[in-house]
Design a protein around this ligand. Sequence first.
Ligand code: ZN
Length: 481
Amino acid sequence: MDTPSLPGKPSDGPLQTLHSTSTAMTDAHPGSSDLELSPASVMEGFPPALFQDRRARVLQLLEDDVMVLPAAAPLLRSRDSELPYRPDSELFYLTGFPEPEGVLVLRGFADETRSLLFVRDRDRSAEQWTGPRVGPRGAVNRFGVEESHPISELAQRLPGLLEGARHIHFRLGTHPAVEPLVIQALRQSRIRGARTGTGPRGVVDPGGILDEMRLRKGPEEIQAVRQAVDVTVEGFRAGFRSVAPGRGEWEVQAAVEGAFRAHGAAGPAFATIVGSGANGCVLHYVENRDRIGDRDLVLIDAGAEVRLYAGDLTRTVPASGRFTPEQEAVYEVVEAARAAAVAQVEPGVTLQEVHRAARDVLLEGLRGLGVLSGAVDELLDRKAHRLYFPHRTSHWLGMDTHDPGDYLRGGKERQLEPGMVLTVEPGLYFPAGESDPDPGHPFTGIGIRIEDDVLVTAEGAEVLSAALPTALDDVAASIRG
Ligand code: ZN
């Protein structure tokens, strides 16, 4: 496979087959006119000033350091077929640049040339295969960096650009094409540094700066998350219409994802889960290959990606439009846990407190169902609920489904702040077969999770997914249509 690698390699081979995604790196035309792409098509509709502001903020936080952010590498699905390209979240966050084979360098320590972007050269024949490229000249115009160079010059230029920095903010173990260049720069600086006293002394993870920034969403990002959640809701509505006994889980998946695309999403933000019956107890069940049984619940966990932001919702619905008494009893506990956890969300509260609210309701519910018995304190002590509720209640949501951001700060739980977006997703699972913790009780085979996406606001919280009902009667009605 001709995976584009760094630096660009020449290849003048035979004609490629039409479905080959490889790129002939021939016929470079650096001088050819730059593309007139509309900013919207390049930056997902975000204003260029937004990226400029973020870079200015990072440059300030870098102080005497430098940040090196490479683009995500294209991933192979099998042999020479590539997965659809998804830009690296961090690089996009700071540039809006969507192409593979780019590297952003931000030099906090420098007086000039503080922002550079290395990009693929314009290449007429490659662009006929894989689409237009911005090119170095276009990169300066479009993305507002001070300088841009062909990615093929990275190896030659990078050591000089890092000289004088105290630390290099670069993610180790993630970018095999760029990492040797960073290590080489460190090595050189160690030799030179002994004489001149300059040069980077270590590599730190860019997440130290970027995770904190990304955790607090600005208005443009909140709008994008809102759009992703709205499209996700449309996907669920379409999915509900296709749920029926005898249908394939895959048909529900197709309906959900079809609606995602129809409403403008790039596609699913993560592998769609459609688990009927006991499949709902498998937390990451993505095979979606069984038929839905008459009395099954169907757990759907899915999210649309819109403008590189993710929605992430879960609903559990009865295939027949009616819950059995056992399903109803469990559902009411999970729904009460969801409501209790959502009610906790406001500035100053910690995710642990949100989690505890859900956990306490679930534990109490499990006692009420007769699944657990004994004193609450004792059950909590031995974490008895974990058999049936083995995951956390929340994660951050944003450009990544599990968005970055430390859950602890200095050993203490982080308090929620306006602009943070989190999921609230309690569940109860009673796996069948060998993983059944308590064979033969009436709930075996029931798996229920309910997940909302919640924005922390100055006043408290806004459930972004409120349009998709969670109350038992509404959920049943959404299947009866
Ligand atoms: Zn989730």
